[in-house]
Write a protein that binds this ligand. Structure first.
Ligand SMILES: [Zn+2]
Length: 641
């Protein structure tokens, strides 16, 4: 009976499956209006109130002109310039109320695009009002802090909705910001009027507003760092009044950055520029972002106080500034979009970010913000990390240009194997490769500086973006020095190694070596950024300040022994863990045949790993190649004109 019953059940289920064709997809709703390059009728009025700093809630009011009755689609920015990804803060958007006069209009969110809202506009309506709140992160668990007791950061794309169907450069906006009493405002926007704590800006296209963040704060000082007649300012907001007093020597270093970048590109693409610097231990981390006529920087206060100890971050100011040329003015054709709700494609980020990484470090060193030796230490770290990166075997550099979309900088379990944003550091290596090749083949008559001037220096004074393709990059390189640049670039972008592309380093006169002594730059990163110790090139781990393995390098001796990231080290060779003890143990293991024994705790699990490693401490450095001209030294030397 039992067997017969089972067979009967199986047969019955087959016959049901055979008789049903299965589900069919429902048609998608109509697409959102396609953006047109036509003037939007009327001006968008936008008032943002950021006075509620206790709750960290920004209140937004908009008045939007409308010309037709029926379905109006309002969109909240999804694809954000600078992040190159769909990182719009829709999860912090709340309290939406739309009205025509006193009549409330019941909006409905689009069933496919959750950043779009359909509003039924009654006949005869001229203007609708929109109110909503932007809920800035209440604590670190939600995200980086934008609001503190003494200062705040306002990025406009978080605080507006705009009508779908028009290029953002075609929508004019009158914007104002209401800040806490006694606070001041720093931005690249030009001020139309100030009434008490409300600042109203001159009318600009939405594209310009979105690209012009506001820093507001209690303690503020503005420094003139112009290198020629075009105004450039360093706007410092800080947690304490004494922190806005920047040493004159540092101001002159930042002026030298402006001067060296201007000499490199032979142009500028702004009529005035503002470095917006938030020196705060509360606010600003992770808000470093480039814009056309400004850049915003969040730095911990110690960076400017302990200048001599913090060489690790110093190229950041030049990096974002270089983006005014490489990224904002010259923009990859597939990355530029007419609105913030059209998808971006990131295939040329090895130019946008890789080139900026390269020129940012070059300009930083030419300006004297880093010494040549510090720049070499930094390059040694970059080269070592890339040369040993195991993910290269499955993943070409080109594919990593998708990373901002795949993973907006969330922590990863095995970063070396996954690879992450290699287009920054390895893009820079490719540009070094091109630079040294041009210098070598032309006996120093030409260099990548000529490419930078020809490619980014056009249309001096204009800040209307000019887009480019891969073919345009190849053509511009050929105009400097004739070569098969397409093959040169594709080989490096699509290749799998082995190892990183190091021809540029070799031609530059240097090679990678490992010694038992860390550089001061390495130690600076350990102290100020990692707040831990980095044994990546010996046993293959990075240990943070809480004794936890923040990284275990893929296929490293530690990984092979069974260590995984997130584990806390309880003991080293039977003795309680201390950073100095692990270092000493790695040193001693050189002359021993015994493995290094670590007791780890991961969650509730406590286990021992025995790391069979006897190579001693290993830290990367660059060493001069005898009899090879030091082209890298020439690249890093300050331009006289
Ligand atoms: Zn960048």
């Amino acid at each position: 009976m039992k067997i017969v019953f089972v067979v009967g059940l199986v047969l019955a289920s087959f016959s049901v499956a055979d008789s049903s064709p299965g589900p069919q997809p429902l048609p998608l709703p109509p697409p959102l209006p396609t953006p047109r390059d036509e003037a939007y009728p009327g001006t968008l009025k936008l008032a943002v109130d950021v006075t509620d700093i206790e709750r960290r809630v920004y209140k937004v009011h908009e008045d939007i002109s409308v010309t037709a009755a029926g379905d109006l689609v309002l969109t909240y920015p999804r694809w954000l310039p600078g992040t190159h990804a769909p990182e719009g803060s829709i999860d912090r958007f709340a309290g939406l109320v739309v009205k025509a006069g006193s009549t409330r209009l019941e909006w409905v969110r689009d069933t496919v695009d959750v950043f779009a809202f359909h509003v039924p506009v009654p006949a005869g309506t001229k203007t609708i009002s929109v109110d909503f709140t932007y809920l800035s992160a209440a604590h670190h668990g939600v995200g980086p802090q934008e609001v503190g007791r003494e200062l705040l950061v306002l990025d406009w794309p978080a605080v507006f909705v705009y009508p779908a169907g028009y290029f953002t450069r075609q929508i004019l906006v009158d914007a104002s910001v209401h800040v806490p009493e006694g606070w001041r405002v720093a931005t690249a926007l030009e001020v139309a009027s100030t009434r008490g704590a409300v600042t109203t800006f001159k009318t600009v296209p939405l594209e310009t507003l979105a690209d012009s963040p506001v820093h507001a704060g209690h303690y503020y000082k503005r420094y003139d760092i112009a290198a020629d007649k075009t105004p450039v300012f360093l706007d410092v907001m800080a947690d304490h009044p004494d922190l806005v007093e920047i040493k004159p020597a540092l101001i002159e270093l930042e002026r030298a950055v402006v001067q060296q970048a201007t000499r490199l590109f032979g142009s500028h693409h702004y009529d005035h520029y503002d470095f917006l610097l938030a020196l705060s231990d509360e606010v600003g981390w992770n808000t470093t972002l480039e814009h056309h006529r400004s850049a915003e920087y969040g730095e911990p206060v110690t960076d400017f106080i302990d200048w001599d100890k913090t060489s690790a971050w110093r190229d950041v100011l030049a990096h974002e500034y270089v983006h005014s040329w490489d990224g904002k003015f010259r923009r990859p054709a597939d990355l530029w979009t007419p609105t913030y709700n059209v998808p971006m494609r990131d295939s040329l980020l090895w130019v946008y970010e890789g080139g900026t990484q390269y020129w940012g470090e070059v300009v930083t060193t030419r300006a004297g913000v880093l010494t040549k030796q510090q720049a070499l230490y930094s390059l040694a770290m970059t080269v070592a990390a890339l040369d040993k990166e195991p993910g290269r075997t499955w993943r070409a550099l080109q594919d990593t240009t998708n990373d901002e979309i795949i993973n907006p900088r969330r922590p990863m379990s095995w970063p070396g194997w996954q690879r992450f944003e290699a287009y920054y550091p390895e893009g820079a290596l490719i540009w070094l490769d091109a630079d040294t090749l041009i210098r070598e083949k032309t006996s120093g008559a030409k260099s990548l500086d000529d490419f930078a001037k020809a490619f980014f220096g056009i249309d001096n004074g204009s800040f209307v973006p000019v887009v480019y393709t891969f073919a345009d990059v190849v053509t511009a390189l050929n105009n400097v020095y004739a070569n098969d640049w397409a093959t040169f670039l594709r080989t490096r972008l699509d290749g799998h190694g082995p190892g990183a592309p190091l021809d540029g380093l070799r031609r530059g006169g240097y090679r990678l070596v490992f010694t038992e002594q860390p550089s001061e730059y390495w130690t600076s990163i350990e102290d100020t950024r990692l707040k831990g110790v980095d044994h990546s090139y010996s046993i293959g781990v990075v240990v943070d300040k809480d004794d936890v393995l923040s990284t275990v390098a893929w296929e490293s001796p530690a990984a092979k022994a069974g260590a995984i990231a997130g584990s806390k080290i309880l003991s080293v060779d039977g003795v309680a863990y201390e950073a100095a003890r692990l270092k000493l143990t790695i040193q001693r293991a050189k002359t021993s045949k015994d493995p290094i024994s670590l007791v780890l705790q991961n969650g509730e699990r406590v286990f021992t790993v025995r790391i069979d490693y006897h190579g001693g401490l290993r830290y990367p450095h660059l060493e001069r190649i005898p009899n090879q001209p030091a082209l890298l030294d020439d690249i890093l030397a300050a331009r006289k004109n």
